[in-house]
Design a protein around this ligand. Sequence first.
Ligand SMILES: Cc1cn([C@H]2C[C@H](O)[C@@H](COP(=O)(O)OP(=O)(O)OP(=O)(O)O)O2)c(=O)[nH]c1=O
Length: 187
Amino acid sequence: MQPLILASASPRRQELLTLLNLPFTTFPTDVDETLPDSISPIEAVQQLAYKKAEAALQAHNGSIIIGCDTIVVHNNHILGKPADREDALQMLSQLSNETHDVYTGVCILSNQQTLLFYERTEVTFWELTQQEILAYIESGEPFDKAGSYGIQGKAALFVKGIRGDYYNVVGLPISRLQRELSAFANS
Ligand SMILES: Cc1cn([C@H]2C[C@H](O)[C@@H](COP(=O)(O)OP(=O)(O)OP(=O)(O)O)O2)c(=O)[nH]c1=O
C-alpha cells in the first residue's frame, strides 16, 4: 500500500487511527475553515475534509491521505469551535436539555481516487446549570472542540444518551473508516 497520512493536528484522531494497526504519519494542515451561510452540514464536513486532504496531498504526492472534519448541529445551526468563553457559554446553554447531531466528514484521497463519506451521531444532553457550564469552561476543555465540548472528557457527565458511533463524536468514525479504506485500497 502507498504511504498513509492523516491530515490532522488532532491527537484524538491520531490515537483512534492507531486502532487500524497500519503504519501512518500525520501532517497537520492549515486550511481556511470558513463556511458559506447556506451550506448543509453534510456538504460542510465533506468539503472541509476534502480541503484538508487536498492540502496534505500537495505536500505528499503518491500517498493515501485521510482528512476529517467534525461539526455540531443544533436546530439547523452549525456549531464549530468556540471563538471565546462567551461563545462557549452560548453554545453549551443552547445544547442544554436538547438533542443535537454531530457530523464527521472523512475524505480518503490519492492522486488517482477520491472517496468521501460522513457519519451522523445523535447526542442528548441533560439540563445543565449555569454553574456547571461555567465550571466546564474554566477547565479549558471546550476551546479546541466543535460545539464547545468533548464527550471523551469532563463533558461525559452532560450526556444523557447517544445514538450512533461514539467515535464519530470524538472526531473519527473509525469502524466505518476501516471498511471504506479497505474498499479504497482494493479498487
Ligand atoms: C463534539 C466533539 C468534538 N471534538 C473535537 C473533534 C475535532 O478535533 C474538533 C473539531 O475540529 P476539526 O476542525 O474537525 O478538527 P481539528 O481542528 O481538531 O483537527 P484537524 O483539522 O487538524 O484534523 O472537535 C471532540 O474531541 N469531542 C467531542 O465530543
